[in-house]
Design a protein. Structure first.
Length: 420
């Protein structure tokens, strides 16, 4: 169970005496954290009646529901949370709503430790698929892979990445004794086993039956090279490796472009438009991934030259020094809630539906947040003894972010890049 799910479950138990029944009455915030806190819930018990099955007086609050064990005010809730993984720092009661502010220092340490030391490559995985056997297939193709059209290419990518997500969540891909058979198809079907994969349309809104997969990959590889040169200032040389490097970028652009929408929805693409927003998204995600790798390389170089002291053990780091708003957003929204992203990917897996677009949306969002932070805050500062502690806290935060980005990219079968 993720930290955020564990927290909301403990909060439900505290308030109602029951475990979370998948209700969303406790709201998890993703914006305006400074003003509204990280979570909130309604104070009046009338909003809870459908969950607790008890008719009460209109003016009663949810804190009164278990008054016999003295759950009667926000201060006692704050005290009770000190034994949870995530602690409450304060609660504000405004207009019949309770707004929860987490203890940020404790949350930074708990989540970063989990991402870097305890789970690493499995950070974000949920147990939805655990020990279940899935057969995941798609329509057969009569032609070679390079000759298939874009709708069939989307189908092929969706099938492979769905397998990746299921396995990431401890599901088993098997052809025998399966619990669920999933067949992705581009043809309408009434079969409960089949899931429709939306067609790839051209700019006229018509299914593209002309462009082959090979042509599309070549065009996107060229587009990514031009974008790297012109937008990001990459200097291309004749050194070996560049061809393979841009092929990987082109492959990534294709995957993100074709899977950015829900699987059953269509995708519109302009094959020859190098500035299509979705393609910029692929470049933007990978550029920020490379930016992180470069930052850590520079940090290690300065450590080896004794410009900076080496990174201390995580338990020795003071995360209370992280007070920039973007730092908290990176941690709370993008790292802490990454398991929520994966849970949304597989929430309907037992109904034979998977949503890889959730991963793409999350990667785009965290890349944007990091980019804003990187432009505004100088990470690798001039060497000064009194600021090393904050530098070390930031390095650990960004290492956790990098791990989350890498986990998301690998689910999409995209290899993280180290330069751009």
């Amino acid at each position: 169970m993720s930290f955020i799910d564990d927290f909301t479950n403990k909060l439900y138990i505290y308030l109602t005496g029951k475990e979370n029944n998948k209700s969303n009455i406790i709201r998890i915030h993703t914006r305006k954290l400074q003003e509204s806190g990280e979570l909130s819930f309604p104070l009046k018990i009338s909003n809870w009646c459908s969950l607790i099955g008890k008719t009460t007086h209109q003016n009663d609050t949810i804190f009164n529901f278990l008054s016999e064990i003295e759950h009667n005010d926000a201060n006692k809730l704050i005290l009770a949370s000190q034994n949870w993984h995530l602690n409450i720092d304060k609660c504000d009661i405004i207009k019949d709503n309770v707004y929860i502010y987490l203890n940020r220092t404790r949350t930074f340490k708990t989540v970063i430790k989990s991402a870097l030391l305890e789970n690493t490559k499995t950070y974000g995985a949920v147990s939805t698929c655990k020990n279940l056997k899935f057969s995941v297939k798609c329509d057969d193709f009569n032609s070679d892979c390079d000759d298939i059209r874009l709708s069939e290419l989307r189908l092929k990518l969706l099938t492979q990445i769905s397998k990746n997500i299921i396995q990431f969540c401890d599901g088993i891909i098997s052809e025998t004794d399966t619990d669920f058979n999933i067949i992705f198809t581009v043809k309408s079907s009434n079969s409960s086993n089949k899931c429709l994969c939306g067609a790839v349309l051209n700019t006229e809104g018509v299914k593209d039956v002309v462009t082959t997969a090979e042509q599309f990959y070549k065009q996107r590889t060229l587009d990514m090279r031009l974008m790297a040169e012109h937008k990001y200032g990459l200097r291309i040389t004749s050194q070996p490796g560049w061809t393979e490097f841009f092929k990987k970028l082109g492959d990534a652009a294709v995957t993100i472009e074709l899977l950015r929408n829900k699987p059953n929805q269509t995708v519109t693409t302009d094959v020859n438009n190098e500035f299509l927003a979705s393609r910029k998204g692929a470049a933007f995600i990978l550029y920020n991934c490379a930016r992180l790798a470069t930052l850590f390389k520079e940090f290690d170089k300065k450590v080896s030259r004794n410009v900076y002291p080496k990174l201390p053990e995580l338990d020795e780091v003071d995360f209370g020094l992280l007070n920039e708003m973007e730092e908290w957003e990176l941690l709370y929204i993008h790292i802490l809630q990454f398991p929520c992203v994966i849970k949304n990917c597989v929430k309907d897996v037992c109904r034979r539906k998977i949503y890889p677009n959730c991963v793409i949306s999350a990667l785009s969002s965290m890349s944007l947040c990091f980019s804003v932070y990187y432009r505004r805050v100088k990470i690798l500062i001039e060497p000064r003894d009194h600021i090393y502690a904050r530098l070390h806290a930031r390095i650990y935060l960004l290492k956790a972010l990098e791990q989350v980005m890498h986990n998301g990219l690998r689910l999409l079968a995209i290899e993280p890049v180290k330069q751009m």
